[in-house]
Each structure stands twice: as C-alpha cells, then as structure tokens.
Design a binder for this molecule. Sequence first.
Ligand SMILES: O=c1ccn([C@H]2C[C@H](O)[C@@H](COP(=O)(O)OP(=O)(O)OP(=O)(O)O)O2)c(=O)[nH]1
Length: 156
Amino acid sequence: MFRAGETVGAHITPTTDAQLQPNGVDLTAAAVYEQTEPGRIGTDGKTIGERREIEADDGVFHLEPGAYIVQYGETVAIPEEHIGFIYPRSSLMRNSCMLHTAVWDAGYEGKGEGLLEVHHEIEIEQGARIAQIVLAEADHDGTYDGDYQGEHIDTE
Ligand SMILES: O=c1ccn([C@H]2C[C@H](O)[C@@H](COP(=O)(O)OP(=O)(O)OP(=O)(O)O)O2)c(=O)[nH]1
C-alpha cells in the first residue's frame, strides 16, 4: 500500500505545506550538473564521471536540451518496511522534460539525485518543485548501506 502524503512528509526535511501532495511530497531542484567525463559501471564496482555545476542566473537555471543531473533540496529518509519511488512533476513532463529515477531503498538517507532530460529549452528556478516522492510498504532484506548513504546531507 502507498502511504498518504502527510505520512511521507514525516520522512522528508525540510518541507513546506506547498510540497505536501495527496499521495506524496514534492521535491525541489537545489543544484544542476552536467557530466563532463565518462563514468564506469563494472562487475566489481562503479565510478561516477566528473561533472560541472550549472550556475543559476539570478536564481534561475537556463537549460538547453540535453541531459543533466539534478540534486534535490530535501533530505529523504526511507523508513524500514518501505520503498520510495520518484516521479516527475507533471508540469515538467508537459514542458517536454523528464526525470529518470531508480529505486530508493529502505534505510537510505540523503539528498538524492535524478537524471533530468531536457527536450526543449526550459527555465527552472532554484528551489522550484520538480519531482514527487511516494512511499510504498515493502518487505526487504537488510537496509541500504551503499556508497550514497548520507550523500549531500550537509549541503543547504
Ligand atoms: O533516482 C534515484 C534513486 C535512488 N537514489 C538513492 C536512493 C538509493 O537508496 C540510493 C542507491 O541507489 P541504488 O542502490 O540504485 O544505487 P547503486 O548504483 O546500486 O549503488 P550502491 O552500490 O551504493 O547500492 O540512491 C537517488 O538518489 N535517486
């Protein structure tokens, strides 16, 4: 069963009332990066390629078509007995942009990242809502203890 927005909100910080949705909580765009060097996915590990941060112009990211990594502004803590999923805010999708996401594991805590695909030039204000996280009840074996545990937690 998926949890109600208010229940999800108890695991996201900080949040405002505007972020609370019936079935989840909206997440904001805090930072945007463009990858500049290749990464590697191996059988024995992975590396993330170098990236450069896109500077906001007067608080606005002006994005040309392309692929960007976006870092969310909220710390998400996926509670035990749950799994998280992120969907793009539909207004993003209606503007020819898409967020691609992976599984958010029970026990993960951090300010995560998503792949923002821009198919038509767009302006995104820093701190604007771009995504929605939902939580579903789930069985699991252990909790997340990977390389991304605690990521970006100290950033504003
Ligand atoms: O779109 C997403 C999906 C997940 N995460 C976070 C939460 C998740 O728990 C963590 C690790 O995800 P995953 O297990 O898919 O990453 P991995 O590449 O397998 O890394 P690891 O080896 O650390 O498990 O990253 C994101 O930031 N963005």
